[in-house]
Design a protein around this ligand. Structure first.
Ligand SMILES: Nc1ncnc2c1ncn2[C@@H]1O[C@H](COP(=O)(O)OP(=O)(O)OP(=O)(O)O)[C@@H](O)[C@H]1O
Length: 341
């Protein structure tokens, strides 16, 4: 089991006076198995999310990224049993009533889905959907202000002709534009935190890149914390572009490496992170290809707690132990060879 104290997510933190937007500790999520014991898909992990900082949850499909992100924001999937704590503005979202969570989501926590079609109503004009969010969360006083703010938001997400798009139905605009609209809705009430779950994966590569750049720019302008979920190393590097942005690498429900993106993505310490990086699609390989990770890595349960190896970079303790054992062996082999010569 990872040590919850060490898994708090301090590696790569901003200075201490920067407040945490969300502070999750020792979170475990399990689902009832078919007639068998419960299956744990998130295993005693924590993460602190800071304003103006991007934290990327990186890991292959099924590693638990979505379940973890949903659970710590109080939106665990149906049937999940969640333990631990997730503090947001002094309130534990794991023990908050559904009616309060509905208020928090949309106003103080925004979500950008993988597929914007899932969050937009095909039967209603885009402008009216943005206005509804603003009015529902009382972000504006009346319909006139809601209309003005909706147009501003369309402009903020770089839609060139906001007046026209305001009057369109979702099917009348492109997929990339629908994702911009989903982002406009997610940031409409100035949230402290935005959770973006693979928001570019359903889009063409160049459109997806623009969406990622847009989110990156917005956190700088709005000071929002962003929790960004992806399995794509290239996208992770692009969104975690500031010095203090972090990557948390998830493997089978655990965080096995955590730190500044610049360290983790260029000097990975965990064999799993290295496997993900080695499997990064190159120009001649199909984009978004799933990484090839050995079953030995995937099925191993014990990695030990995260240990900081340099400022802003932590990795599972067992990786360090194995590395030092290997170096000792190499050292003694070299000494033996040296002695024999
Ligand atoms: N509602 C559910 N009931 C039972 N098991 C679930 C449920 N939702 C997710 N799981 C399981 O939890 C594990 C983690 O799923 P999760 O969706 O978090 O992975 P992920 O890393 O986000 O992958 P992907 O990128 O494919 O979404 C998977 O084994 C999945 O099958």
């Amino acid at each position: 089991m990872n040590d919850p104290l060490l898994a708090l997510g301090t590696a790569g933190s901003l200075p201490a006076d920067v407040p945490l937007a969300l502070d999750a500790t020792d979170v475990t999520v399990s689902f009832a198995g078919h007639g068998r014991s419960a299956r744990t898909v998130v295993d005693h992990i924590g993460l602190g999310l800071e304003r103006s900082q991007v934290t990327v949850l990186l890991g292959e499909s099924g590693s638990g990224k979505t379940v973890f992100a949903r659970s710590i924001t109080g939106m665990a999937p149906h049937g999940a049993t969640v333990t631990g704590r997730s503090l947001f503005d002094g309130r534990d979202l794991l023990r908050t009533a559904a009616s309060t969570l509905r208020q928090v989501h949309g106003s103080r926590i925004g979500s950008v889905p993988q597929d914007p079609n899932a969050s937009l109503d095909p039967m209603r004009r885009i402008g009216s959907q943005i206005m509804e969010t603003l009015l529902q969360h009382r972000a504006v006083a009346d319909r006139r202000s809601a209309r003005l703010r909706a147009l501003e938001l369309l402009d903020l997400v770089e839609i060139r002709d906001p007046d026209r798009v305001f009057r369109c139905y979702p099917h009348e605009v492109s997929g990339g534009m629908r994702q911009r609209i989903a982002i406009a809705i997610a940031v409409s009430c100035d949230p402290e935190l935005v959770v973006a779950d693979e928001p570019s994966s359903a889009l063409d590569a160049s459109v997806g890149v623009r969406i990622v750049e847009l989110l990156d720019g917005l956190r700088t302008r709005l000071g929002t914390a962003i929790l960004f979920i992806t399995h794509d190393i290239g996208i992770a590097a692009r969104i975690a572009s500031a010095d203090h942005d972090r990557v948390a690498v998830m493997l089978s429900g655990r965080i096995v490496e955590l730190g500044r993106a610049s360290s983790v993505l260029t000097r990975p310490l965990h064999p799993y992170t290295r496997a993900l990086i080695d499997a990064e699609p190159s120009a001649d390989v199909e984009r978004g290809r799933l990484a090839v990770v050995s079953d030995e890595l995937r099925t191993r349960r014990e990695w030990g707690p995260l240990v900081e190896v340099e400022p802003g970079h932590a990795v599972s303790s067992s990786v360090l132990e194995e590395t030092s054992t290997r170096s000792a062996r190499t050292g003694s082999a070299a000494a033996t060879e040296g002695g024999a010569s």
